[in-house]
Design a protein around this ligand. Structure first.
Ligand code: AHR
Length: 319
């Protein structure tokens, strides 16, 4: 297997050197599932990026289960793929399968989430700075609220996932300068619209029918959209009675902003595969080691950013 890979790498390098596109490169992609609009866009963009580069992409949807991801990765190893992309659903439990890939000299690139394994078990991770994303959201709220008391309810992402851990931490750092802003309730909504709505309904019940809630911080836009629905059904005005800040910048949140029902979001690009394939090319060509972390940008958008225009612009980007 190792020999075959070495031969393939040499052939691939020769193709690149002669300007011929690497038609024969095969990459396995273990995707988490399709829990959010952002996730679906990442899948679309990854397939587009692979096609653009003539890469044969083997796609596996894990339906939110780590065991399915591990099975898929083992399958890719058995097929002798040239590289593996993984969007890891949770941060722990990857060492054994990554060691197996390493044993076969198959480079693994992490997409959009970090893990707690030793760095030598993967080539690089293409992700945003998730602590920073949470911090930007928290700092936005501090500015928005001014000197008032503010009870925040937090909708967390999937338990044990790096964005849920880091976005929580970052937000707490972001609001730390204002003791009047407190997180009253915090629960997972699993990054989905349905769960986000359900959990928000329970928060509303527990907090005086919602009147005691000043803001929702959701770890992604889909949960925020679910929360907006729950707030409206409770007879309150999202965006006004209860401020909404979240992460991803998917088209639907810009629609909500245009309707005055959401206030701010931090953008996460769905194009993690572009940078991943770039470094993979360089690695296979002349063993160029990329940095262990390729950081994508995080930009704050608010209702002041012409949300309908952003909505239109986003639609062509895999959403
Ligand atoms: O890991 C990135 C997060 O996962 C996105 O913010 C969320 O929408 C997704 O499901």
């Amino acid at each position: 297997m190792k020999k075959a890979l070495a031969a393939l790498t040499v052939a691939f390098s020769a193709c690149l050197a002669s300007g011929v596109s690497a038609q024969s490169l095969t990459v396995g992609f273990s995707q988490i599932g399709s829990e959010s609009g952002w996730r679906a866009a990442e899948t679309t963009v990854t397939k587009q990026e692979a096609e653009k580069r003539g890469i044969d992409l083997k796609f596996a949807d894990a339906q939110q289960k780590q065991e399915n991801q591990i099975k898929a990765i083992r399958g890719f190893i058995a097929q002798g793929v040239d590289a593996i992309l993984v969007a890891p659903v949770v941060a722990t439990g990857w060492d054994a399968v990554l060691k197996e890939a390493k044993e076969e000299e198959i480079p693994v690139i992490l997409l959009d989430r970090q893990i707690e394994s030793p760095e030598d078990l993967y080539l690089t991770a293409v992700t945003s700075d998730q602590v920073h994303e949470g911090k930007v959201a928290g700092e936005w709220l501090v500015k928005e609220i001014g000197d008032k008391d503010c009870k925040v309810v937090e909708l967390q992402g999937t338990t044990g996932s790096s964005p849920a851990i880091n976005r929580k931490k970052g937000f707490e750092e972001g609001i730390a300068s204002n003791a009047k802003i407190t997180i009253a309730r915090s629960q997972t909504g699993d990054f989905t619209r349905t769960k986000g709505k359900e959990v928000m309904e329970s928060f509303i019940k527990a907090e005086g029918g919602g009147k005691d809630i000043c803001a929702v911080y959701a770890h992604n836009d889909d949960m925020a959209v679910g929360a907006i629905q729950a707030i409206k059904e409770a007879g309150l005005k999202p965006g006004t009675d209860i401020k909404i800040v979240s992460i991803d910048a998917v088209p639907d949140i810009f629609k909500a902003m245009a309707d005055g029902e959401a206030n701010a979001t931090v953008e996460l690009t769905p194009n993690m595969a572009g940078p991943a394939f770039d470094v993979l090319d360089a690695y296979l060509k002349d063993k160029k080691q990329p940095p262990k972390w390729i950081q994508t940008e995080s930009k704050l958008f608010t209702a002041a950013d012409d949300p309908m225009k952003v909505y239109e612009a986003k639609k062509g980007l895999g959403y």
